[in-house]
Design a protein around this ligand. Structure first.
Ligand SMILES: [Zn+2]
Length: 414
């Protein structure tokens, strides 16, 4: 099974990408993606980086992962030198006392800060005096003592980000800030890299869209309006319910480490059955959920396009906090699910393949692809009519390879 190169994920986490300030991330993603004659960049502006892979197919699919992360901005600089900030995404009451990084537009570098917190000691006495601390307001200390000093370092509007890196709780369970949506970006990068080296196996032209500004709800998707897109898939994180204080009987079950999440919301349309079939056929566990809260890029696409859509998620604990927690195995499974999706034709054809009779006994499927090209199409077609449903998985896989190889031959003729 194709698995995630975790170094790519770690490198994405190392880059802070507040909403509307995604330039460093765009440059980093571009540095990972090699040039390829079928691949072009069709959008490269602050809040969007989109690649188009032209495989010569009739259908085009767009896969999206947002590259920004929850962040804030400086609202006001006080006489005391402290700043008030606003944040988009997290529960503000949990952000007190956290370390932050500020993208200083004056110094053109990141500077360190700390969000102030009320002393534990003063809580009771202040409550008694009806002088309660307002948990909804956040103030940042950058070590300055006057307004002038602070103004020499930062500007109103400079972005603020929680200053946390990543750790592992065990081999596969990662804790980090911004797993939402560095996990999705990482998966999309891997799908892109795979697609470049297997472009002849793909059943679609693919647009890989790394969106920005998602966490503020301001993403634009209008720059694809001149492209005839058939399907849109959004990869993002989703809140898990495997927590001691959430009743899964009420809110549904999403556990980390039990497979990618497929939602069945009013925004998902037309692709669920295909993914579900692939999941069953290849024994890739998935978790099906009806989202009760939260939105995704699908909302933006839904306002612009009427086509097939599907949200694919990675379950995350402590979502929109600096200690988001996920299981990387879910990412590996989602990557594999997408690879199967892109390299297989339609639900109908997948079912047909299940009935095909194997011809070759070879087990080294990927290596023998080119050799199996010689199988004729008529041969497999006749067989499909006579087959029973008792074929083993390994056998049907071999057939898939054969079919793919044929498609390969067909396409190269174009
Ligand atoms: Zn997200």
């Amino acid at each position: 099974m194709k698995t995630l190169n975790r170094n790519i994920l770690h490198s994405l986490i190392d880059i802070q990408s507040p909403s509307n300030f995604e330039t460093d991330m765009r440059n980093h993603i571009k540095s990972i993606i090699p040039t390829h004659k079928q691949l072009s960049i069709i959008s490269d502006r602050n809040t969007s980086l989109a690649f188009h892979l032209d495989t010569g197919n009739k259908k085009t699919i767009l896969i999206d992962a947002h590259m920004d992360e929850i962040s804030g901005q400086i609202i006001s600089i006080l006489d005391s030198g402290f700043m008030s900030i606003q944040m988009t995404g997290p529960l503000i009451e949990y952000m007190h006392g956290r370390p932050v990084s500020i993208f200083s537009s004056i110094l053109d570098k990141k500077i360190k800060g700390t969000i102030l917190i009320q002393h534990a000691h003063t809580k009771d006495v202040r409550e008694k005096n009806k002088d309660e601390y307002n948990k909804e307001l956040l103030y940042v200390d950058i070590g300055t003592t006057t307004k002038k000093q602070t103004q020499s370092k930062v500007e109103i509007g400079d972005p603020v980000i929680l200053d946390y890196g990543y750790n592992y709780l065990n081999k596969d369970v990662i804790v980090s800030r911004a797993l939402d949506n560095k996990l999705g970006v990482s998966i999309l990068i891997h799908v892109l890299l795979y697609s470049l080296s297997h472009s002849k196996d793909l059943q679609y032209n693919v647009i890989f869209n790394f969106t920005g500004d998602e966490e503020t709800g301001k993403s634009s998707v209008s720059h694809f309006k001149n492209i005839d897109i058939n399907s849109i898939i959004v990869i993002d994180t989703d809140w898990s319910s495997d927590l001691p204080f959430i009743n899964q009987d009420v809110y549904g079950t999403i556990d980390i480490g039990k497979g990618p999440v497929l939602t069945r919301s009013d925004e998902d349309d037309g692709l669920f059955k295909i993914f579900n079939t692939i999941s069953k056929k290849h024994k890739i566990p998935i978790q099906i959920s009806v989202p009760l809260a939260g939105g995704s890029m699908l909302t933006h696409y839904g306002q612009q396009y009427t086509l097939n859509t599907q949200f694919l998620g990675i379950g995350v604990r402590n979502l929109h906090s600096p200690v988001e927690t996920a299981n990387i195995k879910d990412c590996d499974l989602l990557l594999q699910l997408l690879i199967f999706f892109l390299t297989q034709q339609s639900n109908a054809k997948i079912n047909t393949k299940l009935k095909l009779k194997p011809k070759s006994k070879s087990k080294t499927k990927s290596k023998t692809k080119s050799k199996t090209k010689t199988k004729t199409k008529t041969k497999t077609k006749t067989k499909s009519k006579t087959k029973t449903k008792t074929k083993t998985k390994s056998k049907t896989r071999k057939n898939k390879i054969k079919k793919r190889s044929k498609n390969k031959t067909k396409k190269t003729k174009k």
